[in-house]
Design a protein around this ligand. Structure first.
Ligand SMILES: *Cc1c(COP(=O)(O)O)cnc(C)c1O
Length: 230
């Protein structure tokens, strides 16, 4: 079966990259990006042991979460509008990966408080400084750091980035290294341990693992080409 074969190959590639980088086996986790793919496909991945899934649209996640076994873990990896925060937290999403502004972080903090919970998030960094991109620039993140880390009801677990696509997977290495270095600086500054670095996709996840990714977000290399036509 295609999906099982792909998963096994990707797991082996991740393990090899961990080894090359002298990292502990299992220190990088594969997140299967299931956006646009039906529950029947996601079940194939589940049957092969995959439990961590990512969707970029809340509405799609809200449909899939109840349709999949309860031991699946779901991340929202796409931009989240402030007026959808409550629904996202109520949907049972484990981690909001693409928190790209202080205003959004404040909204999540407030609504998590209203729901009597702590919301786990990653902060999205516009690591290569593209005008068009979501996320904090590294400078903004340094400036906003004290304000962000003093928000209640938030568990800021780390950083994520989506660097500009490059022809050669090696082209993403500087961006991945820059995200790791930024996380190291912020750890030194305190007060958070920031264990997670979410970076790398189908094309370049092995490079991301070499550069310290703890979560790689892989979609098409597992499930095949996405069809946005319906
Ligand atoms: C779609 C998506 C991915 C997966 O992309 P592939 O190239 O299919 O692996 C990863 N991260 C984010 C934020 C995405 O939206």
């Amino acid at each position: 079966m295609y999906i099982e074969d792909q998963l096994q190959e990707i797991r082996a590639n991740i393990a090899a990259a961990e080894k090359r980088a002298g990292r502990a086996p299992g220190s990088a986790t594969l997140l299967a990006v299931s956006k646009t793919f039906p529950v029947s496909d996601i079940m194939h991945a589940y049957d092969d042991g995959q439990r961590l899934f990512g969707e970029n649209r809340l509405q799609e996640a809200q449909e899939k979460i109840p349709a999949m076994p309860a031991d699946c873990v779901w991340h929202i990896i796409g931009p989240l509008q402030r007026n959808k925060v409550r629904k996202a937290l109520e949907a049972g999403v484990a981690l909001l990966e693409a928190v790209d502004s202080r205003k959004l972080a404040e909204a999540i903090s407030r609504i998590a408080g209203e729901l009597g919970m702590t919301a786990a998030i990653l902060l999205e960094v516009n690591i290569d400084g593209e005008e068009s991109k979501h996320g904090f620039t590294p400078e903004e993140l340094q400036q906003e750091w004290d304000a962000l880390t003093s928000l209640p009801n938030l568990d800021i677990r780390g950083l994520m980035c989506i660097p500009a696509p490059t022809e050669d997977p090696e082209g993403a290495r500087p961006a991945f290294a820059a995200l790791r270095q930024l996380a190291e600086q912020l750890r030194t500054r305190g007060p958070l341990p920031l264990p997670e670095l979410s970076m790398g996709m189908s094309h370049d996840y092995a490079i991301a693992v070499e550069e310290g990714a703890t979560i790689v977000r892989v979609g098409s290399a597992i499930f095949g080409k996405r069809d946005y036509s319906h």
